[in-house]
Design a protein around this ligand. Structure first.
Ligand SMILES: Nc1ncnc2c1ncn2[C@@H]1O[C@H](COP(=O)(O)OP(=O)(O)OP(=O)(O)O)[C@@H](O)[C@H]1O
Length: 498
């Protein structure tokens, strides 16, 4: 059944998954990495980047799927048998060894297989340690690559953070791995040094020609350095693409929101290449069927300010913040907030006009209009689903039924036997769910795992204890990770008998 691997790919992950004690942290991860590529795993804290990297390194064994190196299954090989080295955020150099010995450490343990022909003609193979000369040559070359020639005799504590990180990289590349894994290697550096090291790492990658797999939660770092970015959220790949593809054509609102700043609005395709959002109709280039519900993504730098009356729509300037290179100008169109980045200033309170090029209006099909769950009727007016119990109107399940003293009866007045019956539950995304910080107020509880601002409201995802997700809109701002209870009025809960 195994698929023939593409020989250009050095590493392939096929349907890889990882669970810790039944908690899934990486799910159905599929990726092909070409030889010499710079691939970055990007996503918020806890989304499974490090776990995926550790599976490639061999520090974790996948619970599902397969990892192949040049077509060979390496899923169960221990780390030291893989031609892969890892650089961690905390570089862990040996403080008692000088720079030379830090880099040479692995080489001194390494053996080469050497083949001899004996006098009697017999061929024997022996494992031999590397000679001092060979080690010397390799250490010098590694120091050259990280641009720290002449540092051999220095002790670790005389180096800056950036220099120590470069030594850690030298130590990893001296073994000539085919793949270098880098887990937030610049995380401990200050911003200026981080920027410098980004450029150096990229140059080093080009000089070495080996494959880099890099982990970061910093979108700018990913955009600057990578050939390919894998955007992850909650253990699931959201999008794989070049930096340009990820930035310009985000596949969903999560990617648009995570990569760079975006205006995200709910919209609807009203005619061919016409989309309506913020109460206006705009020409776009994405061709969707008329009537399609969409999320509209517009980058703040793609909005052009014009004098009042001269653009596509008039707006009122609400706030202006100078950001060094540009002004961040928030304008209002009715209740909708629109953020603009411009090198030009604006005056708070003024009415101005804005233009958006059709090319700069990115549409994402928005299929998700309901939250769907499986439930069980527990009482005549209660259904259990998504880790909670909700009051529901069961008359929708039986034509001509009604409640008499809280008991569901048929048209003859006989009690209907409903308890224990299975139902499918459906709740609209828009305007159906309310949050409360009082745990007893709602039918179920959970944590806010995502929020996306959409101009005049926020879109939230709340995850319950057993990982049921509710997606809905709310006008108020709550914080990520807030523990909330969910109130769903019974008229917003649609039931169907299974
Ligand atoms: N050994 C483990 N046992 C149990 N849970 C674990 C283990 N290792 C990781 N996890 C959990 O798996 C999830 C993903 O963690 P991981 O470190 O891969 O995320 P990450 O994206 O690298 O985050 P960060 O950027 O914060 O390092 C987290 O919820 C984490 O708590």
């Amino acid at each position: 059944m195994s698929k023939v691997s593409n020989s250009m790919n050095i590493i392939e992950l096929k349907n890889v998954g990882k669970s810790f004690d039944d908690v899934v942290v990486v799910e159905d991860f599929n990726l092909e990495v070409k030889k010499g590529e710079f691939v970055t795993f990007l996503g918020p804290s806890g989304c499974g980047k490090t776990t995926t990297l550790r599976m490639i390194a061999g520090f974790e064994i996948p619970t599902e799927g397969q990892i192949t190196l040049k077509g060979e299954d390496i899923s169960n090989l221990p780390p030291y048998e893989r031609p892969i080295n890892t650089v961690f955020q905390r570089y862990a150099l040996f403080p008692h060894l000088n720079i030379y010995d830090n880099i040479a450490f692995g080489l001194k343990l390494k053996t080469n297989e050497v083949t001899y022909k004996k006098d009697n003609g017999k061929i024997i193979t022996r494992k031999e340690k590397l000679s001092k000369k060979e080690i010397d040559k390799k250490v010098k070359r590694a120091l050259e690559i990280v641009d720290l020639e002449g540092f051999e005799k220095r002790s670790v504590d005389t180096l800056s953070g950036g220099q120590q990180q470069r030594i850690a990289i030298a130590r990893a590349i001296v073994n000539e791995p085919q793949i270098l894994l880098l887990d937030e290697p610049l995380g401990a550096l200050d911003l200026k040094m981080r920027k410098e090291m980004q450029i150096e790492l990229k140059a080093m990658h080009e000089r070495l020609g080996i494959t880099f797999i890099y982990v970061t939660h910093d979108q700018e770092e990913a955009l600057t350095m990578s050939d390919k970015i894998v955007v992850m959220s909650d253990g699931v790949i959201q999008q794989i693409g070049t930096p340009e593809e990820i930035y310009n054509e985000p596949k969903n609102a999560f990617v648009a929101d995570f990569i760079g700043e975006s205006n995200i609005f709910n919209g609807k395709v009203t005619d061919k290449l016409q989309v309506q959002f913020c109460d206006h109709t705009f020409t776009c280039v994405d061709d969707f069927h008329i009537g399609t519900k969409v999320e509209v993504v517009v980058r703040p730098e793609d909005i052009v300010m014009k004098p009042k009356g001269e653009g596509m729509m008039d707006v009122v300037v609400d706030s202006v913040v100078f950001k060094g290179v540009h002004y961040e100008i928030t304008v209002l169109s009715g209740d909708n907030e629109i953020v603009i980045h411009s090198i030009y200033n604006a005056v708070v309170g003024d009415t101005i006009s804005i233009d958006i090029d059709p090319d700069s209006i990115h549409l994402i099909e928005n299929n998700l209009t309901t939250n769907d769950f499986e439930g069980v009727i527990t009482k005549h007016n209660t259904v259990e689903f998504a880790d909670g119990e909700f009051e529901c109107d069961l008359t929708q399940l039986y034509p001509n039924s009604k409640y008499v003293d809280d008991v569901l009866v048929d048209e003859m007045g006989n009690e209907i036997d409903v308890v224990g019956k299975e139902v499918s539950v459906s709740i609209p995304v828009f305007g159906s769910i309310e949050m409360s910080d009082d745990a007893d107020k709602g039918g179920t509880t959970g944590n806010i795992i995502s929020l996306i601002y959409k101009g005049d409201h926020y879109q939230y995802i709340v995850r319950t204890e057993n990982e049921y997700d509710f997606i809905f809109d709310d006008e108020d701002l709550w914080n990520e990770n807030d523990f909330v209870s969910l109130i769903i009025p019974k008229e917003n809960i649609t039931l169907k008998l299974k």
